[in-house]
Write a protein that binds this ligand. Structure first.
Ligand code: NAD
Length: 466
């Protein structure tokens, strides 16, 4: 216990210090009171912990909110509530490993704000997972759901583990242990998890099964991202890229670009990037001239043959081995003279150093956080039209919501119905961001915050929280 004391103590202190006065007056009595249910932490020195809190992803998320609060001239009470997660659950998960030993994993679930409805957000299995990242991601899920006008709040979960070093049996026992530990905290009308980094439809199936067993009834709606035969939705696998392209289509109209003649460069050829390439070419007729992965990039002025790129990636492990394509670096790809640039790999790749050299007219952020705040300012002043990440890559959560709806109704939609819904949600969100960007004279990312935060505040007001 002594080992875990410092972090837990520090988190409680941080929490108490930052807890807004308004909560003391009006928030305690009601169901949504801020509650840290249990705190069990890693062994960390006070300095390490202070450093962690100072430089944290969550501090970043708070700073972004602070900036938006200034633009909106937000009431201090509303601002104070939105700066902190509503609830956190910290759990330890004893799991029998294949060699007979017991390992205790640490897990979290953070429900950031449920003013607009049950909370929603993925569960990550990652060796470097921290409560800080989970808090930040839960905040961002709150804004993303509100921006897409989904009747959902934001949440996120995580377990510190390395799935690459675990057998399928160990992963199954860990997934079931997580649900045993959090089942009272989640539920179809409370908080609905989904896959995220290193979790997948198989893990979602085990989790749904465990929750159904504990509650004694079939509960497909407790989790999304499930396989089709267990209540998953058609279109979920390609939803992020597809949704991103609906926003690109609207942005192209705004910028006067004909997508059938447009050239596109995509950084990253994984789930998001590869689907984006296929959808851009097959549905919108655009020419994909450059693609990259972690090893480097390829370029063809005439447009790349995507079947050949995929075959090359599958056979050799990288796109760079494609014969007859010009090799380029990832840095060169970002600065190509193309109509549309789609970062679909890493965070912080567009910085103050390369932002002045970006030639694309539209940047569509399928990746999370590819552009630094300094680069944002430069791009905005240069007139580059940027579709911010929590708008551009919101197709995944939008189809997750559609999966929830189908589970509730026990009635399953076809591809056309799912796509129409996704299109209408993504297009509406894009236009509210664009309109706010024009009326407040702020960049598209700030405008997206404005739309999202205004909606959450309106819900809190109507519920009588502020
Ligand atoms: P992925 O692991 O499937 O693919 C990542 C790709 O990036 C791979 O092709 C990899 O080779 C490439 N890459 C890695 N390092 C690179 C580097 N240094 N330079 C260039 N490319 C590099 O991941 P993904 O699911 O496609 O996610 C990519 C981004 O999109 C992430 O930021 C993720 O958070 C975001 N995103 C994905 C989804 C989704 O549904 N997949 C949803 C929302 C956001």
């Amino acid at each position: 216990m002594l080992e875990v004391f410092p972090l837990g103590f520090f988190i409680i202190l941080t929490y108490l210090e930052t807890r807004p006065k308004v909560l003391k007056q009006s928030f305690y009595g009601i169901d949504t009171s801020y509650t840290i249910i249990a705190i069990i932490g890693n062994k960390k020195s006070k300095t390490e912990v202070k450093e962690m809190v100072k430089e944290s992803a969550f501090r970043n998320a708070q700073r972004q909110l602070d900036e938006c609060a200034k633009i909106l001239k937000l009431y201090p009470n509303a601002h104070a509530i939105l700066r902190m997660p509503m609830r956190e659950l910290h759990v330890s998960l004893p799991v029998r490993m294949d060699d007979g030993s017991i390992r205790v994993f640490q897990g979290f679930r953070v429900q950031y704000n449920d003013a607009r409805g049950p909370t929603k957000g993925g569960i990550r299995f990652h060796p470097d997972e921290t409560i800080d990242t989970v808090r930040a991601l839960a905040a961002w899920m709150t804004w993303k759901c509100a921006l897409l006008d989904l009747p959902l709040g934001g949440a996120k979960g995580g377990v510190i583990c390395n799935p690459k070093e675990m057998s399928q049996g160990e992963l199954e026992r860990l997934s079931r242990a997580y649900i045993q530990a959090v089942y009272q905290f989640i539920g179809p009308d409370k908080d609905v998890p989904a896959p995220d980094v290193y979790t997948n439809p198989q893990i979602m199936s085990w989790m749904m099964d465990e929750y159904s067993k504990i509650t004694g009834k079939c509960q497909f709606g407790v989790i999304t991202g499930k396989p089709l035969c267990l209540g998953g939705s058609v279109g979920r696998g390609t939803a992020t890229a597809q949704g991103g392209w609906y926003t690109i289509r609207e942005a192209a109209k705004e910028c006067g670009i004909d997508l059938k003649k447009a050239t596109v460069a995509i950084q990253g050829y994984g789930n998001a990037g590869a689907h984006a390439a296929y959808i851009g070419k097959s549905l919108f007729g655009s020419k994909i001239v450059a693609i990259s992965d972690s090893k480097g990039g390829i370029y063809s002025k005439e447009g790349l043959d995507l079947e050949a790129v995929t075959e090359c990636k599958n056979k050799t492990g990288s796109v760079i081995n494609l014969p007859d394509a010009e090799r380029i670096s990832n840095d060169e790809l970002l600065e190509l003279d193309v109509d549309i640039l789609i970062p679909a790999a890493l965070e912080s790749v567009i910085t103050e150093e390369n932002a002045p050299n970006i030639n694309a007219k539209i940047i569509a952020e399928l990746a999370n956080g590819p552009t630094t705040p300094e680069a944002d300012d430069i791009l905005y002043k240069r007139g580059v039209h940027l579709i911010p990440d929590f708008l551009c890559n919101a197709g995944g959560v939008t189809v997750s919501y559609v999966e929830m709806v189908q589970n509730f109704y026990m009635y399953y939609w076809d591809e056309k119905e799912v796509q129409e819904h996704l299109d209408s949600k993504m297009s509406a969100a894009y236009h509210s961001v664009l309109n706010n960007s024009k009326s407040y004279k702020v960049n598209m990312r700030q405008a997206a915050y404005v739309v999202a935060v205004e909606r959450v505040v309106e819900a809190m007001e109507l519920r009588g929280w502020i």
